[in-house]
Design a protein around this ligand. Structure first.
Ligand code: HAM
Length: 422
């Protein structure tokens, strides 16, 4: 029969020692670390649905953005309502906060989950990908900007990220953004025919996005274009300078006046973190301030700033390792199902949470089970056969020390041995 494969750009993440790249394991480890860091920053978890009303993203991410224009997984449900698999997490968080009527309070939220964008898949770019996000709500420009950059520096530090660079910029408020856009269009319009088709389209619909065009001719033309830093207020410039002063040199951070971000809702402070080790898709996180989104979605005026991390990208840069808990492979050698043997293993598991106890569930000889334990990189094998059950003992065999003798221990001795493992 014909086999069914996963959809293009959608990965199966399987924790598997046979997978030499350890891609999935790295993602799972990254999630664990991030959750811990978010909690250490006093943030609360929020989970919103994967499916939302399509209008939510049209009104937030914006009609002119690539995400809404070309990349939405949207369709009609059985009731003919147009719904969408969320392409990002921020709009859903704000929708939920408005719906719960908590849009006047301050919050610090984190979330993790899959997002969907119908993009052309390539290295580091998928159609289903995972984001970990943070949204700080209810505070005006100032300290929350510092909190965001502090969080990114901590992530880079704790996860031992390869070659990180944080880029920051300021887009001014709505008025400044508009004025700057007008001047940019005025400058680019006479040169329009030199731009490629994509940038010509952006000139009509989303001129700011031309600033991060990858086209070399466009980049050359932009050298003489008006610069956003000549438009923003003095206090915005001071904020950028203070952030650079506070976090360098420990944290590799610089101002990039061409950084604009691809979603419409940003005003004010924006940022991205990149690494040269990632290739073409080099941003492993991005975010910024979006003070108007709540009122745009029918809520109260709720100043906000946030970011999202691409977990597939970040995890390839992580050098931190899993805390190495000792692994004990529990081998039961009994012809028939033996609940008494299982109960001994069950009780051991309650003794020390730093020890992993893997009970081998499949049938087989002692030799094959010991081979399996070594393949799993276990530190000890605990062997329990009919004879041991009779005498209420367990054989403990070290698999890491060569020539080590195996020892027979009473259940009490074994309890003491396992409790003492650190
Ligand atoms: P974004 O820049 O669209 O921002 O996405 C954030 C990160 O998600 C990117 O830097 C990248 O690492 C990852 N990412 C995006 N698309 C893909 C893809 N197709 N495959 C793999 N990874 C991808 C947002 O989504 C905003 N909601 C961030 C934010 C939160 N702003 C304020 N609050």
């Amino acid at each position: 029969m014909e086999k069914i494969n996963s959809l293009t750009g959608m990965l199966d993440l399987i924790s598997n020692k046979a997978d030499k790249s350890e891609f999935a394991d790295k993602i799972f480890l990254t999630e664990k670390y991030l959750k811990k860091i978010f909690q250490n920053y006093g943030m609360s978890e929020i989970r919103t649905p994967a499916l939302e009303d399509t209008n939510l993203f049209k009104r937030s991410v914006g009609d002119a953005s690539d995400i809404v224009n070309k990349e939405l997984y949207s369709f009609n449900d059985k009731n003919d309502k147009n719904i969408v698999l969320r392409p990002e997490g921020t709009a859903g968080v704000i929708r939920a906060v408005i719906q719960k009527k908590i849009d006047l309070e301050a919050h610090k939220f984190w979330y993790m989950g899959p997002m969907w964008r119908y993009e052309r898949p390539q290295k580091g770019r998928y159609r289903q990908f995972y984001q970990a996000g943070v949204e700080i709500l209810g505070n005006h420009e100032g300290l929350p900007e510092f909190e965001m950059i502090s969080l990114i520096c901590s992530i880079n530090q704790y996860l031992l990220i390869d070659k990180p660079l944080i880029k920051i910029n300021h887009l001014g408020d709505n008025k400044i953004k508009e004025l700057y856009c007008e001047d940019l269009v005025k400058y680019l319009s006479p040169l329009k025919l030199n731009l490629d088709e994509k940038d010509q389209n952006r000139l009509k619909k989303n001129p700011l996005r031309i600033l991060d065009s990858k086209n070399e001719t466009t980049q050359n033309i932009l050298k003489d274009a008006p610069k956003i830093n000549n438009y923003i207020s003095n206090s915005s410039k001071v904020l950028l300078d203070e952030i650079i002063k506070t976090f360098s040199p420990e944290c590799n951070i610089q101002i990039d006046s061409s950084l604009v971000r691809g979603l419409d809702y940003y005003t004010g402070f924006v940022f991205e973190a990149i690494s040269d080790d990632l290739g073409a898709q080099n941003a492993y996180l991005g975010g910024g301030r979006y003070d108007n989104l709540s009122s745009q979605l029918g809520g109260k005026n709720l100043p906000a700033i946030g970011m999202a991390i691409g977990l597939e990208r970040l995890s390839t840069l992580v050098n931190a390792e899993e805390a190495s808990n000792k692994l004990l492979s529990f081998i039961i050698l009994s012809e028939k199902i033996n609940p008494k043997a299982y109960k001994i293993a069950h009780d051991l598991r309650l003794l020390n949470e730093n020890v992993k106890i893997d009970i081998q569930l499949s049938e087989g000889s002692l030799k094959s089970k010991l081979r399996r334990a070594s393949k799993d990189n276990a530190d000890y094998a605990l062997i329990l056969g009919d004879q041991e059950l009779e005498s209420e003992t367990v054989i403990v065999k070290s698999l890491k020390e060569s020539n080590s003798e195996q020892k027979s221990m009473s259940i009490d001795e074994l309890n003491g041995f396992i409790s003492a493992i650190s």
